[in-house]
Design a binder for this molecule. Structure first.
Ligand code: ADP
Ligand code: MG
Length: 248
């Protein structure tokens, strides 16, 4: 098992946003679904150290990582992707990947072991091989602001791949992305999963995402209310109820 939470609990003031959440993420693609406000983003922000847990534990590869600062959790091989921010939009696609490594990469000591030039060359090579894998190498010199939403998601995955990542956590990776490109992104995620990288994904668009995932957890009001393998989960009466209730 890669990641596990045990009774993870988070309050915002009096409000219990996470209520004893226990999940397991194995070496595969795990999905979290649930109506708006059910606590999905809070869960991944708490797991990655951006929010402080008020109770419960988080383990990664059997090591406890509860409430470690984000950069410590990152060093353990967990990368949470972020939407490309305004300053990053001004940079080229290649620069976006190189900067990921500069931000989180090897320690300064390690960098000094080799010459800077060699390191630079290696990083550029690595960035290009990642862009090639993702199918966007022809855009390497394009400013990120000129990319489509779907292409930007690929750049975000590219940034995560520049680091020594074992688990990639993504919040709504195909929100606002056209169906064709959404499938292309999920196929890349599936391929990476086959190469040993685990994924924890929060996503609304079940029609597109369910065929790619290995396990799904359903959240409602800060709790896990159901879990299962892909499409079967939609036949679970409790799951149907929270989704219909949320629409009403
Ligand atoms: P989801 O991602 O499932 O839509 P969130 O995890 O974003 O849900 O939010 C869960 C609940 O916690 C919501 O009721 C939301 O209003 C509340 N919440 C989220 N972040 C904060 C915050 N920083 N401060 C106060 N309440 C918050
Ligand atoms: Mg959310």
């Amino acid at each position: 098992m890669k990641l596990a939470t045990q009774n993870l609990t988070k309050y915002f003031g009096e409000f219990k946003a996470l209520n004893e959440v226990s999940i397991e993420v194995k070496s595969c693609i795990t999905l979290i679904i649930g109506p708006n406000g059910s606590g999905k983003s809070t869960l991944i922000n708490t797991v990655t150290g951006f929010l402080r847990a008020d109770g419960g534990k988080v383990f990664f590869e059997d090591k406890e990582i509860t409430n470690l600062p984000p950069h410590e959790i990152f060093k353990n091989g967990i990368v949470r992707t972020f939407q490309t921010s305004q300053p990053l939009l001004k940079l080229t696609v290649l620069e976006n990947l190189l900067i990921a490594e500069a931000n989180y990469g090897e320690s300064i000591i390690q960098s000094f072991k080799r010459s800077w030039l060699m390191k630079e060359e290696m990083l550029v090579k690595r960035a290009f091989s990642i862009l090639e894998f993702l199918g966007i190498e022809h855009m390497w010199n394009e400013r990120a602001m000129n990319l489509s939403g779907g292409q930007l998601r690929l750049v975000e995955i590219g940034r995560a791949l520049m680091c020594q990542t074992k688990l990639i956590i993504m919040d709504e990776p195909i929100a606002g992305v056209a169906p064709d490109l959404s499938h292309a992104i999920l196929k890349k995620i599936k391929e990476l999963s086959g190469m040993g990288i685990s994924f924890l994904i929060v996503e609304h668009r079940l029609d597109i995402v369910l065929e790619y995932i290995d396990w799904v957890y359903v959240m409602a009001e800060g709790r896990i209310i159901a879990e299962g393998r892909g499409k079967e989960i939609l036949e679970n009466p409790q799951v149907v109820e929270v989704y219909l209730g949320a629409q009403g």
